[in-house]
Design a protein around this ligand. Structure first.
Ligand code: GTP
Ligand code: MG
Length: 135
């Protein structure tokens, strides 16, 4: 079985959506193998988002992600990397389909596309790299 890194971002934690989001993962059949809640350092976030370094949204994203607690989840299950991204929906909550976490719960805060509630690793390589960083 596969493992992936899921992050509930500061907007999800501030809006008290931890339970709602984890319920959706468990209802799908995935298992929470490990979990922690803390405010990540900018150093950790720079490493986590290394692929986006230099993009215009990089610094605002790091600022936002370090603005409060996040919940880091080691999520386990058959094809969970692809499956979680399907549950999460499109990056932009405005166009994320109903039925997805971002589509049902995400809000459009103007330019702040980074406030899209969750993160999920996008490949086996990313999952291994990110899980080693966060756990
Ligand atoms: P993650 O699961 O969080 O990695 O989302 P993703 O894979 O759907 O998106 P991507 O890896 O391309 O971008 C990482 C994060 O950067 C996104 O989740 C957003 O929070 C933020 N982001 C991506 N594109 C933009 C953008 O054009 N503008 C802003 N403000 N933020 C962006
Ligand atoms: Mg990504």
């Amino acid at each position: 079985t596969q493992q992936t890194l899921v992050l509930i971002k500061p907007d999800g934690v501030k809006r008290n959506l931890i339970g709602e989001i984890i319920s959706r993962l468990e209802a799908k059949g995935y298992v929470v193998a490990d979990l922690k809640k803390f405010t990540p350092t900018k150093d950790l976030l720079h490493k986590h988002y290394a692929e986006h370094e230099g993009k215009p949204f990089f610094e605002p994203l790091v600022e936002f992600m370090s603005s409060g607690d996040v919940v880091a989840i080691k999520l386990e299950g058959h094809r969970v990397i692809e499956g979680f991204r399907s549950l999460a929906g499109a990056t932009d909550p405005t166009v994320a389909l109903p039925g997805t976490i971002r589509g049902d719960l995400g809000r459009d805060w103007g330019l702040k596309v980074q406030q899209n509630l969750v993160h999920g690793s996008d490949s086996e390589e990313s999952a291994a790299r990110e899980l080693a960083l966060w756990f």
